[in-house]
Design a protein around this ligand. Structure first.
Ligand SMILES: C[S@@+](CC[C@H](N)C(=O)[O-])C[C@H]1O[C@@H](n2cnc3c(N)ncnc32)[C@H](O)[C@@H]1O
Length: 285
């Protein structure tokens, strides 16, 4: 797909156009340099213990070691998400909703052999990911589309699993989950990994608001996920609080030359309890 081969406008509102523009322009080394390590391009954060020895050793190769370590932690996050998708095989079709440059889609296909459709509101991301599919020789098995997750146009009941890896903060959940209830097969699995603000803290803190402004997004409350899922036949089967597991990633990133300037806001928000990093898996009943 080229930049000009767009069928219907995926970005339906002025807000969505601004989000599409952000991702069309995005070329952060923290995403591109990490993706170049092994060809899995992620636009999400990492989890797990940091190997702090990457900061030691020869100065000339220090940056390279940090890049590889941050990438390892981001891959661990994607692996955990895939672990929660349930049993999948070559006969299944799954949806990577808000797919970025396609890293999680390729991982799922590699691990399960299933057919993957990835969708993004950014035409440049879609073009990049489809090129990757071609290079990997999986065109037809892993395909990317310029589509809006709130109105995908895919057929009803066609998907065994759907996931959002850090992309629900760009949409209204009360519009998103009815679409997933339509797209999923009965008994199908939905998984999200997302930052959310903590209702027990109150409303969004200053640091959470800074993150919203930085990414042009609207971080939802923890409670809104469960409210909107239960209103749409999505019954949680696992809820994993990854907040403590993601802090080391942010500490390494803050000390790396690839820092983008938002690191302190994430660390403050996680540490003052106003923000949580959650995995939620649910079944459509
Ligand atoms: C933070 S990135 C996450 C990308 C990917 N899930 C990953 O883990 O690498 C957010 C993604 O959501 C997509 N997005 C935002 N709003 C969308 C919408 N309404 N429909 C489809 N994609 C959307 C963006 O284009 C971007 O690809």
């Amino acid at each position: 797909m080229t930049l000009h081969e767009t069928a219907a406008p995926a970005a339906a509102s002025a807000y969505q156009k601004s989000v599409a523009e952000y991702w069309n322009q995005e070329k952060n080394p923290v995403n591109l340099r990490l993706g170049a390590v092994d060809g899995f391009y992620h636009h999400h954060y990492g989890i797990g213990e940091v190997d702090w020895s990457v900061l030691e050793g020869p100065e000339e190769t220090r940056e390279e070691r940090i890049v590889a370590e941050l990438h390892r932690l981001e891959c661990a996050q994607a692996d955990l998400l895939v672990d929660h998708l349930g049993p999948l095989g070559p006969g299944d079709r799954v949806l990577d909703s808000g797919c970025g440059r396609g890293g999680s889609s390729f991982l799922v296909h590699e691990r399960t052999g299933c057919q993957v459709d990835g969708i993004s509101i950014s035409e440049r991301q879609v073009a990049f990911a489809n090129e990757q599919a071609e290079q990997r020789g999986v065109t037809g098995k892993v395909q990317f589309h310029l589509k809006n997750m709130l109105d995908t146009g895919f057929e009803t009941g066609g998907f065994q699993a759907i996931w959002n890896n850090e992309s629900t903060m760009y949409v209204d959940l009360s519009v998103l989950f009815p679409e997933y209830a339509r797209l999923l097969k009965r008994g199908g699995r939905y998984v999200t990994i997302t930052g959310c603000y903590n209702n027990a803290y109150g409303l969004p803190s200053r640091a959470v608001s800074e993150i919203n402004a930085h990414y042009i997004c609207d971080i939802h409350s923890r409670s809104s996920y469960f409210k909107e899922m239960s209103a749409n036949r999505l019954v949680p089967v696992s809820v994993v609080d990854l907040t403590r597991d993601t802090i080391p990633y942010w500490e390494l990133r803050a000390r790396s030359p690839l820092a983008t300037g938002i690191e302190d806001a994430f660390l403050t928000a996680y540490k003052d309890g106003s923000f949580q990093y959650l995995l939620i898996a649910a079944d459509l009943v």
